[in-house]
Design a protein around this ligand. Structure first.
Ligand SMILES: *[C@@H]1O[C@H](CO)[C@@H](O)[C@H](O)[C@H]1NC(C)=O
Ligand SMILES: *[C@@H]1O[C@H](CO)[C@@H](O)[C@H](O)[C@H]1NC(C)=O
Length: 291
């Protein structure tokens, strides 16, 4: 009995060793491959940017549009980011700054950005618990983190336009053509917001005289005002944006876009809160599916 066991073992042992060695080689190879992939994709990015800048001196002169998108984990997050990325992919000279409300860069967003094909920066900052109440302004820390990144990584020689692209909005491509020429701070109407069909800055004789909603800021204005931030203290609900603008510009200097603010090129669409009432309490599916 015993000798039979040993003879079987001696026949099996070499095969077991071979399998172990194969698995080892394979994991090494995939890690080499993923490192190579990392460098190659960076190279690819660099080449792609190079190509766009060589494709005519016009293109190089175009200021980069930096879209700052605060985001947080929820059922519709990936759907919202997908809608945005499908729009942004059609905008030339574009850089997406995605800031997660999280103490880590989540796998879902990391993977999503890696596959988006968009030049991007992925940041994260957790909103302190005391601010996570309804009625509190949202995304303050995330927006400020993105402004901080721009101030650290861009110089007065870089031309660009900065705007805040919330992940529950829908953007017309025309809006990007409009905002790209922002000299200081530009404004435009926003549709489906504040319980109304639209809200818009009041414009008289080509100058803004009343309140504003959507806006973009020239990168140099962001750099020249290093202390300008979104503030929690002293800001009334819904007034954070205008408080921020007051730190960097005056109403009379605002540049009206979208035909003197008479056209709506962005909508605060908001996704309906999803009903997950039929979601099984215990996972029943045999595979893990990212939604
Ligand atoms: C350069 O800009 C001019 C005027 O804005 C435009 O007519 C022309 O098509 C542009 N050329 C390229 C290569 O983009
Ligand atoms: C905006 O208004 C000004 C002053 O009335 C006018 O000169 C300008 O052409 C208008 N711009 C557009 C795009 O309609």
């Amino acid at each position: 009995m015993k000798s039979l066991f040993y003879s079987r073992l001696f026949i099996l042992l070499p095969w077991v060793l071979i399998v172990i060695i194969m698995i080892d080689i394979d994991t090494k190879r995939t890690s080499v491959r993923s490192t190579a992939h990392f460098y190659l994709s960076r190279l690819g990015n660099a080449q792609r940017q190079d190509r766009t800048s060589r494709a005519g001196s016009n293109r190089t002169a175009l200021p980069v549009i930096y879209a700052i998108t605060p985001t947080y984990s929820r059922a519709v997050q990936k759907a919202e980011l997908t809608r945005l990325s499908n729009t942004f992919r059609q905008v030339q000279r574009f850089h997406w700054i995605v800031v997660e409300d999280s103490n880590i860069r989540t796998e879902l967003v990391s993977r999503f950005l890696a596959h988006s094909g968009l030049p991007h920066t992925h940041l994260h900052v957790l909103t302190p618990r005391r601010y996570k109440r309804s009625g509190m302004p949202r995304a303050t820390e995330q927006r400020n983190a993105a402004l901080g990144w721009l101030r650290m990584h861009r110089t007065p020689r870089d031309s660009g336009v900065v705007f805040f692209a919330d992940d529950d909005n829908t953007y017309s491509l025309e809006l990007f053509d409009e905002m790209r020429s922002t000299r200081q701070v530009s404004v435009w109407p926003v549709g489906l917001v504040g319980g109304r069909r639209y809200e818009r800055p009041l414009v008289e004789k080509g100058r803004v005289v009343g309140w504003y909603t959507g806006f973009a800021v020239n990168l140099q204005v962001v750099l020249a005002n290093p202390k300008a931030l979104f503030k929690r203290r002293g800001s009334q609900p819904g007034m954070q944006e205008s408080d921020f603008l007051k730190q960097i510009t005056k109403v009379e200097d605002l540049e009206p876009k979208a035909h003197n603010c008479t056209r709506v090129l962005v909508w605060h669409t908001r996704t309906e809160k999803v009903n997950l009432g039929n979601e099984p309490k215990h996972r029943q599916d045999t595979v893990v599916i990212e939604v």
